[in-house]
Write a protein that binds this ligand. Sequence first.
Ligand code: G3H
Ligand code: 13P
Ligand code: ZN
Length: 332
Amino acid sequence: MVSYVELGLVNTVELFKKAVSGGYALPAYNFNNLEQLQAIIMACVETKSPVILQVSAGARKYANQNLLKNMAKGAVEYAHELGCDIPIVLHLDHGDTLELCKDCIESGFSSVMIDGSHHSFEDNIALTKKVVEFAHSRKDYVTVEGELGVLAGVEDDVSSEHSNYTQPEEVEEFVKKTGVDSLAISIGTSHGRTKFKPEQCTRDANGVLIPPPLRFDILEEIEKRIPGFPIVLHGSSSVPMEYVHMIEKFGGHLKDSVGIPEEQLRKAAKSAVCKINIDSDGRLAMTALIRKVLAEQSEEFDPRKILGPARDELKKLYAHKNNNVLGSAGRV
Ligand code: G3H
Ligand code: 13P
Ligand code: ZN
């Protein structure tokens, strides 16, 4: 068993307090491999931004949980070597069982998400509460993110009366009964690169899909009921068309890609939204640059020459988000 403090990591308590009062959001970037982690740390050191490193169950399976944990420990030392001791959180993304959360907490994660959003309200409370009790009773307090409301997917009709947006009237009871440190909500974001069906969007003069706006009215209602409480937005990639077009130019097919416009994320970041989750944009940037290099340099077979440009692009993307979207730059 190891505590995150021994790894040089921090939990989210102080970071969220500062983010809510400062009107910005912390970047929560997923990583699965060395190049993604290098890019995240380089960008966050350069922009002087705190960062939440997210590990999903899929990432644990792909890369091995011990390797990922030690990479996060290495990231703390790497940031120091680069010249800025940025606060780094190691967070379990979309934990779905108490056992998985416990395993991560005992192996050095400083924060976990228990995603009980697919359960009934009562079962979600019961499961989340168990995780909170375990996490908060550790010698070093581990923070817990819960979720209320199910993120819309391409399968859902977000305009229907029966959408799964977070119901503001449930948040107070959920937060009080579970004791969570932050709450992920559903106001129209969704995971992946196709966040809305084309029929839910309009199109601009170039035929590019324009998504329906996020439900800021629901966010405001939630903020009224739990003032200042840290709110989290999942599914917040913007799906830059520049990468979609590059992927398509070099042989990929990414029909109907559409993300959350950056201005809307900026607006959210100024509210009690203090953590914004981004994974798909990193995947798009990496894939675009890997396809480009392979297409343009057909004799290249050194993985460093193939992954290096992807890593550089990722760094640029993350720095842009910290500077221009989340407002987390310069907050160390
Ligand atoms: O919200 C999900 C994240 O993008 C992680 O995705 O489960 O494929 O690792 P993953
Ligand atoms: P995106 O798929 O929009 O990047 O969302 C990632 C996420 O929410 C991770 O939990
Ligand atoms: Zn998510």
